[in-house]
Ligand binder design. Structure first.
Ligand code: HEC
Length: 194
């Protein structure tokens, strides 16, 4: 009796599932083949020497324009000057001269503009101390509005107080010394501009 029942139960079982041979549909194969061909064509037909100037070249500071339309000099200072002149504008004794209290920063704006446009080498005296390093030039890196914004930042921060300038002022300074390709020679050149 038990035997018969067991066989009946076995017969009611469904067979175990089993993977069957299901070929990939022809259409899918064709699509894959077509995509592959297109990929190869795309790789070999595209010019990989795209100009590095592609895209819009704006950087963070370009979006930081205050109400007066003048570029945020603080941002530019952080981006271009902090490494040497330090966040507090005190410089590094004996190596990088200070911005804070410097007679060159609060003096004639023409001199400050020229320093930033063309840089300085050779001996320069700042607040009684002599430095002999190399200050990079920014004439090719910053436009007139940026240099004006930066000058104003230097002249009204770090406890400095001096009148501000606008982009037209920097433009005139740039044109005046447009032929110059070398940095100013420290005190020797700059004293003469005072
Ligand atoms: C690579 C380091 C370096 C960077 C970056 C740099 N400077 Fe200078 N800077 C110097 C050195 C060095 C001198 C002194 C040059 C010399 O001894 O002939 C100097 C001198 C100056 C002076 C005249 C002296 C004084 O302290 O008043 C000013 C103004 C100045 N830098 C402003 C700037 C501004 C603004 C920036 C950013 C746009 C900047 N510097 C970026 C190194 C640097």
């Amino acid at each position: 009796m038990t035997d018969k029942n067991e066989i009946q139960a076995q017969l009611r079982e469904k067979s175990d599932p089993q993977e069957q041979g299901m070929p990939v549909p022809m259409v899918v194969l064709l699509v894959i083949g077509a995509l592959f061909m297109w990929g190869m064509y795309y790789i070999f037909s595209s010019d990989l020497r795209n100009s590095a100037d592609m895209g819009d070249n704006r950087v963070a500071v370009d979006f930081k324009i205050d109400e007066s339309g003048i570029v945020d000099g603080g941002q530019l200072y952080t981006a271009h000057c902090v490494a040497c002149h330090q966040a507090t504008g005190t410089g590094v004794p004996g190596v990088f001269p200070p911005i804070a209290g410097s007679e060159w920063v609060v003096g004639k704006p023409e001199i400050l503009a020229q320093i930033m446009l063309h840089g300085i080498t050779g001996e320069i005296t700042v607040m009684g101390n002599t430095y002999n390093g190399a200050m990079p030039h920014f004439d090719d890196k910053l436009n007139d509005a940026e240099i004006a914004g930066l000058m104003n930042h230097l002249r009204t921060n770090f406890d400095n107080e001096a009148e501000t300038v606008d982009a037209a002022f920097v433009q005139a300074q740039r044109e005046e010394t447009a032929d110059r390709t070398t940095p100013w020679n420290g005190d020797a050149d700059l004293e003469a501009m005072k």
